[in-house]
Design a protein. Structure first.
Length: 286
């Protein structure tokens, strides 16, 4: 087992090596493999990545990294909302049997870490990548040396924001879940709440404007740094109406627009972007 001095030295080298990392899709697994190596942990021993979880409605999602009883990590690209990532991570935790609940949940955009201690009422510690060496004892339980952890530096404003988002998520009226096995961005099911019915100039007929949670990263679709919170769904096949009772699951087109009109129609077809095909499934009712 590494000494704490060796771990701190490795943490410093890790921080310097990854100081320019930014992309979840291409860099997350390599980043995490080297993160665990700082502590002398080989991720091969616990089959860490893309851990599949099953939600109550029968749909499934994938946690970026999970070590049963130890840690669950959700990575995001640099600058993404880590409060939303925490909500997503806790959705995964709720699917686990109690014996597998992680000691901590970590969300990170490479340059920042939010560490939630589930055994201490989700106490939050935040730190920057460059300061990892100061906080390595937070992860001591992974090598059998808890040591009390570092002194938590909790930001009350950010903690309250995360808690507020979690409450909003819990209170959200979920009409159905949206996912897609054909598009990586939609592999993880997202909760959808119908806002209203809308007319679509293309994809003849009516569509549904829905609020989606967690939101979609907007950059790949030309939205810059803005996340997409509202999308439009239309039936993929003729003769199906999303506003009427239908068989579940239902195949849909996933559309977004740079203009969400206040009225019931989009101004013109040029504002509509088809981003994926998907499937909506009904949530299980208690």
């Amino acid at each position: 087992m590494k000494s704490w001095n060796e771990i701190r030295k490795a943490a410093t080298a890790f921080s310097k090596r990854w100081k320019d990392a930014y992309d979840e899709k291409s860099q997350a697994q390599s980043f995490l493999k080297e993160f665990f190596a700082v502590f002398g942990v080989d991720t091969v021993v616990f089959n860490a990545f893309e851990h599949r979880v099953k939600f109550a409605d029968g749909s499934q999602g994938y946690a970026d990294c999970f070590w049963p009883g130890k840690i669950l990590v959700e990575m995001k690209s640099r600058g993404r909302d880590l409060n939303a990532a925490y909500v997503q991570a806790m959705d995964y935790v709720r699917t686990l049997p109690p014996v597998e609940y992680p000691h901590i949940v970590v969300v990170s955009d490479f340059q920042h870490f939010h560490v939630y201690n589930l055994e201490k009422d989700n106490a939050l510690t935040e730190f920057a990548l460059k300061d990892l060496r100061k906080y390595v004892t937070l992860f001591g339980y992974m090598i059998g040396d808890d040591g009390g952890g570092a002194v938590a530096t909790q930001d009350p404003v950010n903690r309250k924001a995360a808690e507020k988002m979690a409450r909003l998520h819990d209170a959200m009226k979920i009409d159905f879940y949206l996912s897609s096995l054909d598009y990586q961005s939609f592999e993880t099911p997202r909760a959808c709440s119908v806002v209203r019915e809308v007319d679509i100039p293309i994809f003849s007929g009516k569509g549904l404007l829905v609020e989606i949670n967690p939101p979609i990263i907007g950059q790949p679709y030309g939205f810059g740094g803005d996340d997409i919170h509202l999308i439009v769904l239309t039936p993929r096949f003729e003769g199906v109406s999303l506003s009427l009772t239908h068989k579940w699951p239902c195949q849909v087109h996933i559309l977004c627009s740079s203009i969400i009109a206040n009225g019931e129609e989009f101004p013109d077809a040029s504002s509509i972007l088809h981003i994926a095909w998907g499937e909506i499934s009904q949530p299980k009712r208690e």
